[in-house]
Design a protein around this ligand. Structure first.
Ligand code: 2AM
Length: 173
């Protein structure tokens, strides 16, 4: 199983992202656009792992309060273009806690520095600089363990489990 931990996005945020993708299409940019249902923000990429339960157990050790995310601009890694997020301390903190919980449970994950992004298109045929993304916000209430499978028409993502934001008094210092 190919696993990763992600934040799934609100319908309003996905709409802002598909509007940006449409603006890319209108500019004649071809490539592998992420389908709307696949748009997400990855916190940790685990990759091939045989069993979801230990990962869910690790995820359940992560406590966090609800926090807000906001879209901000676009950027690229080579020919992969993404939507960025406004700098957010709670987002960085929750990614750190997820990664610490995985490490403590001896679940391997990609240790590359957390660089929050939402992939819009891979193998873009040309530069997408200047495409605008509406600065839509959302409240994060849960984190999701996701499984990724290669489908006939691209990647299929399935949510295997979630951890919910804790009530204030339950949060550990
Ligand atoms: P990407 O969109 O930038 O490729 C599922 O593959 C999710 O995990 C995607 O959000 C992907 O980011 C992310 N991811 C992070 N590290 C990865 C890696 N080493 N291999 C594949 N996906 C990775």
């Amino acid at each position: 199983m190919r696993l990763f931990i992600a934040i799934l996005l609100s319908e309003e945020m996905k709409k802002a992202l598909t509007d940006a993708q449409q603006a890319m299409v209108d500019r004649g940019i071809r490539g592998r656009y992420s389908p709307e249902e696949n748009l997400h923000l990855t916190l940790a990429f685990i990759g091939d792992y045989p069993d979801a339960q230990p990962v869910l157990d690790a995820l359940n050790m992560v406590s966090f309060r609800p926090f807000d995310l906001s879209l901000e601009g676009i950027g690229c890694f080579g020919d992969l273009w993404w939507a960025g997020l406004k700098d957010s301390l709670p987002l960085a903190a929750v990614a750190r806690r997820v990664r610490r919980a995985l490490a403590e449970s001896e679940i391997p994950f990609d240790r590359k520095r957390f660089s929050p992004h939402i992939t819009l298109i891979r193998r873009a045929s040309k530069d997408a600089a200047g495409i605008r993304v509406a600065p839509v916000g959302m409240r994060v209430q849960r984190l999701s363990l996701m499984r990724s499978d290669r489908g006939r028409n691209g990647m299929l993502y399935t949510e295997l489990g979630t951890v919910e934001a804790a009530l204030q008094e339950e949060v550990q210092p």
